[in-house]
Ligand binder design. Structure first.
Ligand code: SF4
Ligand code: SF4
Length: 428
């Protein structure tokens, strides 16, 4: 085969990691571009994953380790694709890499530098439920376990050039403030877009009372509270530290009338979380009455039918308010049997999956078509789940729409299959 056989994989979540490992196993050089400092994607924020309820760390860690030691996978963290030119077999890709100011070879992840850094800022990885430092890793167990300096907040880039606390604390001399942002030029035969999704944020959920009470959580916030490496080390409490005796899950809090089964199952997973950590808690589950459960939800129900749950099918939008007793959140809604009002000490608001920033950037950069949900459209979904409108540019994971973990992995394998089979055809 003439020309390059390198492949660019954009996004190091579960789909991007799987695609990279499969390509490397087939002998292909991979450039894995990830715009954060760690690989693993959204799955590393979860304790358990649905539908199998497998331990997320147990599933992802071996993949992360394999990627970081694989000579055929060039991991470019803090990277973003600036431009793509050319066509299948010969794409020229320009990648921006942000300077981290930390030598990944010298660093051993000992934490001494961020322990002494005087700058404290909200940690978006933890849904702003705790803080990080201007030099930091996003959470315990992050891989690579190498911090980076956030110049937007570091004192040296904000008028106090004399700050040297982190470098002075690093006996391995891994910190170098002279590092500069850089650009890389890559030539690749194919590109796999595994840029994932972003959850709807709290702003979308303010009409459901988010921000009004320490007992109201978005699903991603709740996920981090449950996680053993999260801000409470896995203790399920309200944000002011109280253990709830009653909880409500508003499964379709961010619904538009067209509800994804993936989003629904994601919220129903929390039944398992409550069973594990608050087995005596009273649980109410609120579902929009226009939602039709599918096969997957039926399986979920079978699995947790022994968990005592009040299921409430509502019409319109529930009203959520905090009363004079700050521990109690009041939920009022219309049902087929009339209006009901109930209370809970903790409320979890389900989210919807939306195109990530990376997915949106590729949609705009490559002028790809959008599907009804705003993700990358597949022009031939009858014959393949991974095609885009441009030959040689493939879609994996949630870049094409909400997917669970098994489907994301399957799509990654299908995208790799397309890459390998197209190169075989080009060789002929
Ligand atoms: S002190 Fe040095 S070796 Fe330790 S985590 Fe920080 S940069 Fe890495
Ligand atoms: S130079 Fe100072 S402010 Fe900047 S990361 Fe290091 S310790 Fe923090």
């Amino acid at each position: 085969m003439a020309g390059t056989t390198d492949v660019l994989v954009a996004g190091a979540g579960i789909a991007g990691m799987k695609a990279s490992l499969l390509l490397a196993a087939a002998g292909r050089q991979v450039h894995l571009v990830e715009n954060t400092s760690v690989i693993g994607g959204r799955i590393i924020r979860c304790e358990d994953i649905f539908p199998s309820m497998e331990c997320a760390t147990c599933m992802v860690s071996p993949m992360q380790q394999d990627i970081l030691v694989n000579d055929l996978i060039n991991v470019i963290t803090m990277g973003s694709v600036l431009s793509i030119e050319g066509s299948q077999g010969n794409f020229n890709v320009k990648v921006f890499k942000k300077a981290t100011c930390v030598d990944p070879v010298a660093c051993i992840g000992c934490a001494e530098c961020w322990n002494v850094c005087p700058v404290t800022i909200p940690n978006s990885f933890e849904e702003n439920l705790n803080d990080r430092k201007a030099i930091s890793v996003p959470c315990a167990g992050a891989l690579p376990n190498v911090p980076w300096i956030d110049r937007e907040h570091c004192l040296r880039w904000n008028g106090q050039e004399e700050c040297n606390e982190c470098a002075a604390a690093c006996v391995f001399e891994a910190i170098d403030f002279s590092y500069q942002d850089s650009e890389l030029n890559l030539n690749v035969s194919d590109i796999i877009l595994a840029t994932g999704y972003k959850p709807s944020n709290g702003d979308n959920l303010m009409s459901f009372g988010w921000g009004k009470s320490p007992g109201i959580f978005t699903a991603p916030e709740f996920e981090r509270y449950y996680a053993s490496n999260g801000p409470t080390n896995g203790e399920l409490t309200t944000k002011d530290g109280k253990k709830p005796g009653s909880v409500a899950i508003i499964v379709h809090a961010d619904g538009t009338g067209s509800f994804s089964h993936i989003n629904t199952m994601y919220s129903l997973k929390f039944l398992h979380y409550f069973e594990e950590k608050l087995p005596d808690v009273k649980i109410q589950v609120f579902l929009d009455s226009s939602y039709s459960p599918g096969y997957a939800e039926d399986r979920y129900h079978e699995r947790w039918q022994d968990i005592s749950t009040d299921l409430i099918s509502y019409k319109g939008t529930p009203e959520i308010s905090s009363g004079s007793d700050e521990n109690l959140i009041t939920i009022s809604c219309k049902t087929d049997n009339g209006d009901i009002t109930t209370q809970a000490e903790m409320v979890v608001l389900g989210i919807s999956m939306q195109p990530s920033k990376g997915t949106t950037e590729f949609l705009d950069m490559l002028e790809l078509n959008r599907n009804d949900e705003g993700f990358i459209s597949n022009p031939d979904s009858t014959h393949s789940s991974v095609l885009s409108s441009i030959p040689g540019i493939l879609i994996a994971g949630c870049a094409g729409g909400p997917s669970d973990i098994p489907t994301s992995v399957t799509k990654a394998a299908a995208a790799v299959g397309r890459v390998l089979s197209s190169s075989n055809r080009m060789e002929e």
